[in-house]
Design a protein around this ligand. Sequence first.
Ligand code: GTP
Ligand code: SPV
Ligand code: MN
Length: 614
Amino acid sequence: MTASDPRTISSAGGHDSDTHPDVEAWVAEVAALTRPARIHWCTGTEAEAAEFSRQLVDKGTFVQLEDAPNSFLATSDPADVARVEDRTFICSDTAEQAGPTNNWMAPGRMKDLMTGLYDGCMTGRTMYVIAYCMGPLDAADPKYGIEITDSEYVALSMRIMTRTGNPVWDKLADNGREVEFVRGLHSVGAPLQHGDADVPWPCNSTKYISHFPQTREIWSYGSGYGGNALLGKKCFALRIASAMARDEGWLAEHMLILKLTNPQGKVHYIAAAFPSACGKTNLAMLTPTLPGWKAETIGDDIAWMRFGDDGRLYATNPEAGFFGVAPGTGDATNPNAIATLAAGNTVYTNTALTDNGGTWWEGRTDTPPDHLIDWLGRDWTPDTTTPAAHPNSRYCTPIEQCPTVAPEWNAPAGVPISAILFGGRRASTIPLVTQASSWEQGVFLGSILSSETTAAATGQVGVVRRDPMAMLPFLGYHAGDYFRHWLEIADHTRSDLLPKIFYVNWFRRGDDRRFLWPGFGENTRVLDWALRRIDGTADAVQTPIGSIPTLDALDLTGLDVDRADIEAALAFDTAEWQQEIPLIDDWYASLDATTIPVALRGQLAALAAALTDT
Ligand code: GTP
Ligand code: SPV
Ligand code: MN
C-alpha cells in the first residue's frame, strides 16, 4: 500500500449519515487517480466555512474585509478571470448531437486526455467532496450533484451558491441507490510536490471545461473561476440540465425570476433571459420607479421551468446565492444588491480594495476613493488609466440576505410565469420592447437574439454575436434541436396558458453613443406596459416583429428625459431590420439551415417579406 492509496488517506469532515454507496466508490476512484493528501467530506456547517476562510486568509488567497462581517476579497491569477468558452466542450457521442455552436470531442478521447491531466493533480492538496441540490430539497424531483474539488475557494463558494452539506447527505442516504446525482470533478490543476509552497490562486494554463450529457458528468480542469469551477452553476444547471430538460419536457434557462405586484395588488411572475453581464441581476433586484409597484427577487441567473397540473409553466431558481457582476452596481443602480452585500458573508473576486478594508469597483460610487489597491495588487488613484476592478469582478452572496427576496423563492413547485423576456445589448436596431404575436414568433425572436459580447467570457468585448435565448455558451446539445424543443413546449398546454414573450433592449444608443433609455429602476415602465398588455389594457402598434408601445402607452410620469430619445428607443426602423436579415440568414446557415425547424424558417421568410413590402 502506498501513501497515495485512497485507503490510507485520512478522511475528515464527515457528515453523520451513511454515505451513498455509489458516491463512496466514485470518491475512492477519483482519489486513486488524483492522489490528494487528504479527503474532506463537506458538512456545510458554519464552523467548516469559517475554517475554509481562515485557511484562505492564511495562504494569501483572501483578504478579510473590515466593512462587513465574514466577508473576503480574493484576487485571481490575472489569466483566470472569466469563463473560457473556447475551452468548453460538449462531449456527446457524436459531434452532430453537440451541434455547431459547441466545441466537441468524443467522450472516450476527452476522458483519456483528461485522465492524463488528473493523474496526481491533487498531490499535496485536500480533496473536498461536496453534496449539493439544485433547487429546494423538498421538490418533487430534486436534482442532486456531487462536486469533488481541490479548491477551498470553490468549496466555500458552492456553500453560498447551492443547498449543500449535511441535509443533502441525509437525503442521498435516505434514498439509497435509486437517487441519481450529477458527478462533477474539478481540479485547479496545480499539484503541490513535496515541499512546494502554494500560490494565492492556483490554476493551470491548460484548461478544459468538459460535459458528458449522456452520462450526466462534468470534468473541469485548470481554472478556479466561477462558471468554470462552481460546477452546480452553468455546467450542471444549464449545460447538463438543458439535456435533461429536453428529455423530460421542461426548460433549463439562463433567466432571472422576478415577482411583480401592481398598484391594484395583482401579482405576476416573469422570467427574463439576457446574455452574461446584460442586466439579469439588476432586473431581478429592481427598485420600481412607478408609484404603487412592488418588485421581489426569486432568482438572478438560472430558471428551471416545468408545467404545473394547471397547465401553466412554473419556474424555480436552482441556486441559493448570487454570483453577480460588481462593476456598475451602486446605490443609484442597484441599492438592493448593495444592501445584500452589507449583510456580509460575501466572497468578492477581483474587485479593488479600499484603504479602510472595503471593496470598490467602477460604478460603486460616483467619485472613486483617492487611493485603492487595484485587482492586480497595484496602487491605484483616480488618475490611473486602467480600471481598479476587473470588468468581470464578482460578488458571491446568499440570496436570503437580499432585502427584496420573495418568500416563495424556495417554494418547491416554483412560481407560475406570466411573461418571458428575451433581451440583449444592442446599440441599434432592437426596439426598447416588442411583444411577440405568438409563442412561435417569440421563439423565433429568441432564436435570433443578438448581443454585444461582455467581459463575462474571455475574448473580444463589444462584438455583436447571436446568442439564442442567451444560451449560446450554455447549450448542452444541438441549437436546432433546442429551438424545436422550445416550439414543442407549446404542445404541452393551451395557448392562453403559455407565458407571453417579449423582446427588450435597454442598451440602444443615440448618435452621440449615449444610452437612449435610462434603464435600471426605470425598466419598471416597460414591465408595466408588458403586464398591461397581458391584462389587455395597453396600446401598441403592429410591426413585422410584433407589437411595440405607442409613446402614450408607456407610462412616463415623472421621467425627466427627452421624449425624442424615448421615441428613438422605441422605433422599429425598417432600414435597420433590412440590414439585419442577411445577418440572421448567416446565423441560421451557420447552424445548417436544415436543422432549423420549418416554423422558424417560415418566421424568417415572413419577416423578410414584410420588410420588402413596407
Ligand atoms: P451574468 O451574471 O453575467 O449572467 O450577468 P447579468 O445578466 O446578471 O448582468 P448584470 O445585471 O450584472 O448587469 C451587467 C452590467 O449591465 C452591469 O454593469 C450593469 O450596471 C449593467 N446594466 C444592468 N441593467 C442595465 C440597464 O437597465 N441599463 C444599462 N444601461 N445598464 C444596465
Ligand atoms: C455568466 O457568465 O453568465 C455568469 C457568471 O453568470 S459565471 O458563473 O461565471 O458563468
Ligand atoms: Mn449568467
